[in-house]
Ligand binder design. Structure first.
Ligand SMILES: Nc1ncnc2c1ncn2[C@@H]1O[C@H](COP(=O)(O)OP(=O)(O)O)[C@@H](O)[C@H]1O
Ligand SMILES: C[C@@](O)(CCOP(=O)(O)O)CC(=O)O
Ligand SMILES: [Mg+2]
Length: 397
């Protein structure tokens, strides 16, 4: 089974409420999305580690002996609970030929890969001779947690290859998942990968990528939501690029500059997340329209708060105006500054209104699609269980 290769996948996410505030210890509600990142793991040439990341234009390979020597130089103490140090990241940048100020997707993805590979192999085994290819259905840098899905896939694959977690797929199985204990380890290492990419992540994205479903997240505490109704959600990508790292740093700066003004905003976002959780948990599985106005008001209020935090964007204002003109309510999701927004589609919305809203959004140059939420977390797949598009994308090298 291993000779032919294995595939690990992890879902993206939608933050319903609590983005940014969650970095400062407040509550966030997040759900896994039915768009996934896939990682193909194959035995490589002896003594070579190869990584191919077509989504960010990276194709690199290294001698495992060279990586082992580098690991020896920066080993300090790699732990799943310990942040990558500035010195370690500088050494990895120098090794990979990445300029100190480089923050492009290719640089961050290579850096996260090298960090996770060296740290995990230092703790659990040897630098593996493997070929790794990562391909994603998720847009990169659009607020849907592509960085976390990437880090979760890498953590699961590297921990498995180093023997720190089992390979749960039995002959004949199409998919398999790991035990709670193994998932906890995957999540901790994925968090370190997110740290390389985001600087100061809250951990909510990697938690959803690992566990899937719908959850409440606060300061590292993950609580699955008791009941989640079937909600119809329209996802719209403004296609305006932005970096989570830069936006998170901007919010921190604003809080430090105006604590008395900004902290109440964070508290209010926290209250929205908590109220929204109560409303969702009280809703029946297929809720009738009268449950929706309060959820719509929460969207509107939070969108204003996120603008106050400085993570809005004219494209997002436009998006909210377009959907409002069809009686629909939207808010940004993820880091903002462009990227994606979510629009609630109550069951009594006429199909014509939804179609008209979609057309107007597309006319703005945005891309939108309806989505299912609550997908499974990190999963191991047999090759034969994957659809042809995924197989095709994973066969490039
Ligand atoms: N498929 C992928 N392959 C490699 N790296 C990826 C992939 N998807 C995301 N990344 C990494 O994650 C970064 C985007 O993360 P971020 O700015 O947090 O946006 P988001 O998580 O909202 O998509 C990219 O710059 C890249 O380094
Ligand atoms: C802004 C934030 O709350 C979510 C970022 O999500 P994304 O990277 O934009 O998908 C940051 C975090 O929670 O780490
Ligand atoms: Mg991210």
């Amino acid at each position: 089974m291993w000779e032919r290769g294995l595939v690990v996948s992890a879902p993206g996410k939608v933050i319903v409420h609590g983005e940014h505030a969650v970095v400062h210890g407040k509550v966030a509600l997040a759900v896994a999305l039915d768009l996934r990142t896939f990682l193909r793991l194959r035995p490589g040439a002896e003594g070579r580690l190869r990584v191919c990341l077509p989504g960010v234009g990276v194709q690199r390979s290294w001698d495992t002996s060279v990586l082992r020597a580098l690991r020896g130089r920066i080993a300090a103490d790699f732990e799943e609970s310990k942040s990558p140090s500035l010195e370690q990241l500088d050494a990895l940048r120098e090794f990979a030929g990445i300029a100190a100020e480089a923050s492009g997707p290719d640089s961050l993805a290579t850096l996260a890969f090298l960090y996770m590979c060296l740290a995990i192999s230092a703790k659990y085994g040897d630098v593996p001779s493997v070929d790794i290819l990562v391909w994603s259905e998720l847009p990169t840098g659009a607020g849907l947690g592509s960085s976390a899905a990437y880090a979760v896939c890498l953590a699961a694959a590297l921990l498995m290859v180093c023997g720190a977690i089992s390979c749960p797929l039995q002959e004949g199985d199409s998919t398999a998942r790991w035990t709670e204990e193994e998932l906890t380890l995957i999540n901790s290492w994925a968090f370190q990968g997110e740290r390389v990419i985001h600087g100061n992540p809250s951990g909510v994205d990697n938690a959803v990528g690992t566990w899937g479903g719908a959850l409440r997240y606060q300061a590292g505490k993950i609580t699955p939501l008791k009941r989640v109704p079937t909600l119809r959600i329209l996802l719209t990508n403004t296609k305006v690029p932005r970096s989570t790292k830069v936006l998170v740093a901007g919010v921190k700066e604003k809080i430090l500059k105006f604590p008395a003004i900004m902290n109440p905003v964070l508290d209010s976002i926290d209250a929205i997340s908590q109220e929204c959780q109560s409303v969702l948990e009280e809703m029946p599985t297929n809720p009738s329209p009268e449950y929706y106005p309060v959820l719509e008001e929460f969207f509107d209020i939070n969108q204003h708060h996120l603008n106050v935090l400085g993570v809005g964007h004219p494209s997002l204002d436009r998006l909210c105006q377009v959907t409002a003109s069809h009686g629909l309510h939207s808010k940004l999701t993820g880091a903002g500054g462009g990227g994606c927004a979510i629009t609630l589609l109550p069951p009594d919305t006429s199909p014509l209104a939804v179609e008209a809203a979609k057309q107007d959004l597309c006319a703005c140059g945005f891309e939108c699609w309806e989505t299912k939420i609550g997908a499974p977390g990190v999963t191991l797949h047999s090759l034969s269980s994957l659809n042809t598009q995924v197989l095709h994308m994973l066969s490039q090298s």
